[in-house]
Design a protein around this ligand. Sequence first.
Ligand code: AMP
Length: 436
Amino acid sequence: MHFTDLGLRAEILRAVTDQGYDTPTPIQAQAIPLVLAGRDLMAAAQTGTGKTAGFTLPILQLLSTRPAASRVKPRVLILTPTRELAAQVEQSVRTYGKHLSLKSMAVFGGVSIGPQQKALKSGVDILVATPGRLLDHLGQRNVDLSGVEIFILDEADRMLDMGFMPDIRKVIALIPKQKQSLLFSATFPDEIRALAASLLRDPQTVEVARRNATADLVTQAVYHVDKARKRDLLMKLIEDHSWHQVLVFTRTKHGANALSEKLDKAGISSAAIHGNKSQGARTRALADFKSLKLNVLVATDIAARGLDIDQLPHVVNYELPNVPEDYVHRIGRTGRAGSSGEAISLVCVDEHSLLRDIERLLKQDIEKRQMPGFEPDPSIHAEPIENGRNKGRQGKPGGQRSGNRSSQGPGKPVRSSRGPAAQRNTTTQHFGSRAR
Ligand code: AMP
């Protein structure tokens, strides 16, 4: 199958060719014809599968061939959970739409609202937004959603994790009932199924193999090491292998800052990226990391969600995530779109049960490696994990998930996270590789 078989117009095909793509990915091959046919879609796919082009290419085609009812109101609304993903999706819209004359923009928190307000008022065809900032704009009547023809909810499960469901429902209430809706999610917990049932009309289901089923491009390995020695081991790995671009995950924002500072002091250029950083600092850190000015980017799960860095060679789990699915999301940052990558996890005795949960989800044992001189001390016993799943600092059941509304802007309330039942539900979710 080639892109030319999908019925896309020449201007769009030209943009695709400019990007160097010739073959649609499985999600694109399945989704594009359905979206072009005007169908609602429930798509099981996560970042790294080419899903962004999977929805962007057909919506560009639909918009460019239909007359616009208004020159100001958005005709397409794309909601994403994070600022980075909003920016990336909008960049994709620009990239694939560069030979068309449709206007797009992204609105998200953490940056001043004024310029966004002005741009919205001057008119936009395709609006990409995070829910919180979009509601702010709606509250100020900066934008009118009554002209939305196509609504896309990207990474719906992550929206749920971040407590955005009430905001999403508010937004949906302001969009016309008559519309085409596309819902993308990596997993389908009950809440997402319920949302899909109320939003989608006679939806087509599209599924592609999950990252954990296709992760053969990513070499995974675990180093067992004491917590106090992790930093030295990380520095040794970076130096021994001359790693020049490493995305490192920590569980907490504070941990990300502390590690990044220590690496920097040791001469390994590094920055931290998380929800407490200003949007400017986040954008700058990402740009410097992409251009190899920084060797290491230390990130929390939410900040890294949706980051698309071409051919990222190394991901390090400095700490394992509390939720096994986050491991899959993390290692999905490498080995993307056909390139190979390596995901290394530094695991201390406290994290053994998290590792077991991950291996259970992956249905495979991860290769164990040992670095001479870094053997764990057998006299050290497991302790509860700070911000861990079972031992939250506030003593709440479920602990403190890494995702919360605070990553959308300062001063916003932290919403409750998904309950344990939903988490269990997602760990047993499996997808086949065929469209149904
Ligand atoms: P996504 O899952 O949308 O985040 O896309 C993952 C990566 O795959 C991005 O870097 C895209 O530029 C790239 N990509 C998307 N479609 C294709 C394709 N058909 N061929 C090769 N690369 C692609």
